[in-house]
Ligand binder design. Structure first.
Ligand code: PMP
Length: 356
């Protein structure tokens, strides 16, 4: 049976990307070598990382003020690396707390300087994006989490800030048009919209760096990686290759405009069903609904258990909600086809007919 993978990450990737990656593992570009055994300093891999960087630059409209890096350590390492590289001990960084990942970033930043949480939706278990807050003039930077993977909320606007904005875009990067120049630093773990786990994309405006007075270990200093074009040490070769293929796929499918049209269509299809179906209800404020992670609750515990089984039987897998929210979460990243969302909607309708 055809399976649709609604996992929050590692997540679904385009079928053509998986095919090409599988071939490259066996024989990379007719070299007679596997991609997994080539040197990261070979001409063949240089071409890969250069194409990946060029695609990121083109899609995010970046200019030479920005560096594009492919690093290890996951998005979680960026929680501390950002603060370590940008914030002196006596300076203040401002954070918006919109859920678990934002809270983790806050915790790590406190190791390096003063942290002020200037907006939070903790009062309602992070079911909305707080509005109407201002960034104080003394802020060294503002940190936001553009899409909250666990709760299913997403910024559909960007805050005004004189200080550079640092954004964790792990779960919605490349899902919609974005002018990267609005941000001081963007980071994203690859394993949702970009590739397999193991590489983290960092886009950074170079002139915000070099201003902290602490000693930085080489590997944790962005300037090291900028100087060596992400090749200071052995980078995650395979995840970077798959990311390059996914970026090629995005560009071949209408770029970020194309992704947004597709993502809106899928999200509308699913949210319309959630709102119309007597067995379910949405888990977040409507105006802040994520186009990537669609969270919803069954109206009775019996329905929750029964629907989990019905969805699985229909090939819609990995839709269990995060333990801190409960219910269901369908992650419908770029690579999820409309047919996958339609399959889930069909099970929901069928379920309502039998139970509602
Ligand atoms: N930020 C967000 C928004 C996430 O969704 C995740 C992972 N799901 C992380 C950070 C952590 O990423 P990693 O596992 O790559 O450290």
């Amino acid at each position: 049976m055809k399976k649709y993978n609604f996992s929050p990450g590692p997540a679904i990737l385009p079928a053509s990307v998986l095919e090409e990656a599988a071939q490259a593992v066996r024989d990379f570009n007719g070299t007679g070598l596997s991609l997994l055994e080539i040197s990261h300093r070979s001409a063949a891999f240089t071409a890969v990382i250069e194409e990946a960087e060029a695609s990121v630059r083109a899609l995010l409209q970046l200019n030479d003020d920005y560096a594009v890096l492919f690093l290890g350590g996951g998005a979680s390492s960026q929680f501390f690396m950002t603060a370590m590289n940008l914030l002196n001990e006596d300076e203040t960084a401002c954070y918006a707390d919109t859920g678990t990942w934002a809270s983790k970033a806050i915790k790590e930043a406190k190791l390096f300087g003063k942290v002020e949480v200037i907006a939070s939706s903790k009062d309602k278990n992070y079911t909305y994006i707080p509005r109407g807050w201002e960034v104080p003039a003394y802020a060294k930077y503002l940190h936001i989490t553009s899409n909250n993977t666990i709760y299913g909320t997403q910024y559909h606007w960007w805050p005004e800030s004189a200080a550079p904005i640092v954004a964790d875009m792990s779960s919605d990067i490349f899902s919609r048009p974005l002018d990267g120049k609005k941000f001081g630093l963007i980071y994203a773990g690859a394993q949702k919209n970009l590739g397999p786990s193991g590489v983290t994309l960092v886009v950074v405006k170079k002139d915000i760096l070099g201003k902290v007075n602490r000693v930085l270990p080489s590997m944790l200093n962005y300037d090291t990686h900028i100087g060596e074009h992400s090749l200071y040490n052995t980078p995650p070769v395979f995840p970077i290759y798959v990311s390059m293929l996914t970026l090629r796929w995005i560009k071949g499918n209408g770029g970020l405009e194309g992704m947004e049209v597709l993502n809106r269509r899928k999200a509308e299809l699913l949210y319309d069903e959630i709102d119309a179906n007597p067995c379910f209800e949405g888990a977040t404020a409507k105006e802040d609904r994520s186009l990537m992670n669609v969270t919803f609750l069954a109206k009775t515990p019996e329905w929750e258990a029964a629907f989990a089984t019905a969805a699985k039987d229909a090939g819609c897998v990995e839709i269990k909600g995060h333990r801190s929210v409960g219910g269901f979460r369908a992650s419908i990243y770029n690579a999820m086809p409309v047919s996958g969302v339609q399959a889930l909607v069909d099970v929901m309708r069928d379920f309502a007919q039998k139970n509602g």
